[in-house]
Write a protein that binds this ligand. Sequence first.
Ligand SMILES: O=C(O)CCC(=O)C(=O)O
Ligand SMILES: [Fe+2]
Length: 490
Amino acid sequence: MSSSEAGLAHSSAEDDNPEETFFLSKIGGAVSSHKSVFCCGGSTPIVADDDSRFDCGTTDKKQLTSPPVILRWDLPSGKAIRKLTLPPIVKGEEGQTAIKELLQDCSPATFGKNGEEVLDEAYRKAAKLDSSQFSTNFNPHDVGIIDVITQTLLPGIAKPFPDTESIWEEHLGVIAELYKLNIYSAPSGKFRPHVDTPRGATQFGSLVVCLPNPHQGGQLRVAHHGLEMEWDWSNKRKTEDDESIEWAAFYSDCEHEVKEVTSGHRVTLTYNLYVHERVGGIMRDPPTLDLSSMVLYHRVKEALASPAFMKDGGTLGFYCRHAYAHTNDYHNERLPMALKGLDAVFYATFYHLVHSVGMHAVMDDLNDEQYSFSEVDSNDEDYDAELVATGLHGIQISDEGGDDGSASVREIVKDAWRSKWRKDIHWFGEPGHQEIAIVHLAYGNQPSIVWHYSSAAILVTIPGFNSKVRKELREGRGPCQETAGQEKAA
Ligand SMILES: O=C(O)CCC(=O)C(=O)O
Ligand SMILES: [Fe+2]
């Protein structure tokens, strides 16, 4: 047993079933030698169908399919465009005429060696078109390839990111940038073992999409830290009409090769994979979403422009409509990015208009009669105030509870939860999803444990009418320029 295979099979089967132990240790070896998954791949059937492929909201029952792939490319003169459909409409050798035309318009593929582009057919024999020379109706997002890559490969590289202390996986997305069209043709089309040259600090991998065209050989072998995967995309068809798009994605530090193509033409699209702040996220600055397409934005802007609205400043509170796991220390940083629906629109609107917006937990009502063991003084000046946390905290566990029952529940919670009584907030909506925020002891008739819940809320500090921010907004130098989505007068 190798060291990577050691120490995984811990079950009673170990002694009585050596064959099972063998398999368990093999699986264990695979689990422990993967620091993370290093490659992934899949297959999408081609179905020529006029109906929308996305008419079913879930993919559980219906496999995602791709229409035939259409390629259009520039002739070298730049004066005309040709078109090709894959799989070829005409089967057999005759159907390869268009591919041969395409080949004529390609140039030999080079590779990077010591910082230079080198042409050496003993190392790489392939034809290529740059992404500026062709276009296609195929998009890897449409058939779920980017979602799969995000789920399987992104976690391995979503560590603290260049120049940022903490950037979380939830904030990140994958961009696949179309790079080349390649044709590896028999005889001897190949690409010997190499590591791709990353195009910038945020490239983390490569995606190869093999289009349906008959060929033999040309297996893609990918190796990473002693593990290997091989994709053989020839011979995939079980019947004449069984056509599919095949793909594989792998990290940039994986050595890989394309073995020799022994017959036909292996046509691929390659993409560079980048990790990026979630593309189009509502929190992006400058925003991808034009906030002026939201009614709320106009109402807030109108209010901020008027001296009648919070002239000396104030605070607005909005209980989140959606459920978030908010009783966690990390959510201070993570949550705004993960907000959904109206919560995201509310946060982004104020973030872009006045900046001073944050996430806070708000304690559930502590005056509930279930805490009758503890006195509630309705004359207390904070009696009808809201207990608002300084941010979003992890669950607090307190051994307070007062043997003599002298501290009230309100005091115990206030002391253990970094928070403030607030009466000055203008609230929108009602508390929604609640999570346990604090657990403490209580001594009533008998000792017990009590827990209290909090809701997540967005608090906005509205600056006074004469503040710089509001002045700038009045003068039209607001953070969000209105270019579209002007609201029509009712
Ligand atoms: O076509 C393939 O399978 C891989 C091609 C490749 O390694 C490359 O373009 O760098
Ligand atoms: Fe490569």
